[in-house]
Structure formats: C-alpha cells, structure tokens
Design a protein around this ligand. Structure first.
Ligand code: BGC
Length: 291
C-alpha cells in the first residue's frame, strides 16, 4: 500500500530530469530509463543501477562542493552548514551510502552532473510583471477570455537557449531577497554595461519595488540537470508594477547568463525552462489574468 508521502510524490512527478540524455554533454551521458511508476524510492527496484556522472569542469570551482570521497569534506546534511544552505524546502532528505537522495525520486543518473552542490542547490526566481497596454496606455484584454493580459520579463538562457524567468543561484550566505534583486539587475537590466541614468537615479524605487514581492512558490524544481544526488530548488516571488510606470517602464538589456531579454505576453502557450510554466500559472491565478 502506498502511504500519504507517495501520494504527494506522485502528484509532483518529475519528468524533465528523466530525459534520455543529460544536458550539456553532447548526448554522451545517458540516463537509465525510469518509468513513471518506478520514480518513488519506496517502490523497490533491485536492478536499478544507473551511471554516475559529475562534470569535470566543476572540480575545484569555488561554488562547488568537493568530491564526496574528499577526506576534508564533512557536509552537515539537512542543516545550514557554515554559510551553505543544505536544508531542503521539501523537508528532511535521506542520506544513503553517504549521498543525499533526490526527494522526488529516481532520475536515472547518480553523481552531481553539472550542479555544484550535493543535495539541494538553491536558486531564486524574480517574476516581474506589468499589464500589457496599447499606445494610449490602456490595458489590453484578450479577445476570447476577455481577461487583461499580463506580461513578465523573460530572458533567453545562454545554456539551453530556452526562455525563462531571470533567476539564478543563491550565493553562500546571501539572503534570498538579495538574490532576487541581484539576478534581475544582472540579467534583465545589465546595469554594468547598459546602466542608464534613469536606472541609477531610481535606486530607491528599485529597492522599494523588490521589497514588495509576493510569494509564488518555494520548493523542488523539475530541472533537466537534476540527478539522484543533486537537485535544484527555488524561491519564486512576484513583483508587480500595477501602473506600468516604474520598473515596467525601464529599458531592458540582457546580461550575464542571458542572451536576450523581453516583456513576454503570458498565456498557456508559453514553453519555458524547467518548471517555470508552473510558476507563471500561479502568478496568473493571483492576478486573474488571461491564460
Ligand atoms: C535558474 C532558475 C531556475 C533554477 C531551477 C537556475 O539555474 O537560474 O531560474 O529556477 O535554476 O531550474
């Protein structure tokens, strides 16, 4: 019999991290095929013996953990470990054979892949929205649903080419609220290269805007980079410019991990990176806008 926990896991079945090939390996690293019903760890699968892969370029990176076999590595699992957050939003994760286990279940690959941390890797996603308006600044309604159309700032990721929320990794010791603002400034406003006068003079306005976010989601992300022992989690928050006159009027300029940036109309036709569609759907529900 499946207990309550399995029911929750089934509801949150991860898929993007069970695709045949691991990303950024030119299809040289394959995952063991994991059928839906064998994803949860509590379904016994004795022959399950996937490959182990940790990308060599992460060795020695300041943002990455050492090898699990490194005798100087003494991680404090499920805790704040110095300035590294090894706690999961999903509750306590298990440690089996010295390795953390993905709380959503099997992915068909062991190791860390391209992720820096064993266990949870924490990100933050700022969802910046405004209403779509015509030249006279009137809010536009969709012809079929008759609901107002919401737009969000989307970036095109350098790594996969997919459109996404301009999120990023939480640095060691950094408050998530700071990550949300920092990633937005780096990827969507590129203040280093395009920082206009307008933005420089608007520092206080930007601070206030980022103080007034609303929680959208915190937890596991079905990210293609996840493995059995390392996975992405995020805190997604919505920052909404109701009048479209503050951040909603700023000139955009892609920077850092983004090759493109733009205001994107929100509808259910969007196909975004990882679980970003799900986060956007929650924002739509909050604003009762077109979907
Ligand atoms: C991205 C975030 C994303 C997270 C999980 C990070 O690399 O910057 O936008 O939510 O990965 O997929």
């Amino acid at each position: 019999m499946l207990g309550g926990r399995s029911t929750v896991l089934f509801r949150m079945l991860h898929r993007k991290c069970r695709s045949q090939f691991y990303p950024r390996t030119n299809n040289t690293v394959s995952r063991t095929f994991v059928p839906d019903e064998k994803v949860p760890w509590d379904i016994i699968w004795e022959e399950y013996n996937p490959a182990t892969f940790t990308a060599s370029h992460i060795n020695g990176q300041p943002w990455a953990d050492p090898a699990i076999t490194d005798s100087n590595f003494h991680p404090q699992w499920n805790r704040i470990d110095g300035n590294i957050n090894r706690k999961s939003h999903m509750g306590q994760y298990q440690i089996v054979d010295f390795l953390p286990l993905n709380p959503l279940g099997r992915t068909g690959l062991r190791g860390r892949g391209v992720l820096g941390r064993w266990g949870p890797n924490h990100a933050a996603d700022p969802i910046v929205t405004r209403w779509k308006r015509d030249e006279s600044h009137n809010v536009e309604f969709h012809s079929v649903t008759k609901k107002p159309i919401l737009q969000f700032i989307a970036i095109q990721r350098r790594d996969t080419g997919e459109w996404a929320i301009p999120g990023g990794m939480v640095d060691p010791g950094e408050m998530v609220t700071s990550t949300l603002k920092r990633e937005f400034m780096e990827e969507a406003l590129n203040i280093l290269e395009c920082g206009s006068d307008k933005i420089e003079k608007s520092n206080a306005l930007i601070d206030k805007f980022f103080d007034e976010g609303e929680d959208i989601y915190h937890g596991y992300v079905d990210d293609p980079r996840n493995t059995d022992n390392a996975w992405m989690e995020t805190v997604a928050m919505n920052f909404h410019d109701e009048s479209g006159t503050s951040v909603g009027a700023f000139p955009l300029c892609a920077g850092d991990d983004a090759v493109n940036v733009r205001w994107m109309d929100i509808s259910k036709e969007l196909t975004l990176y990882a679980s970003h569609n799900d986060f956007i759907a929650k924002v739509v529900a909050k604003h009762n806008s077109h979907w």
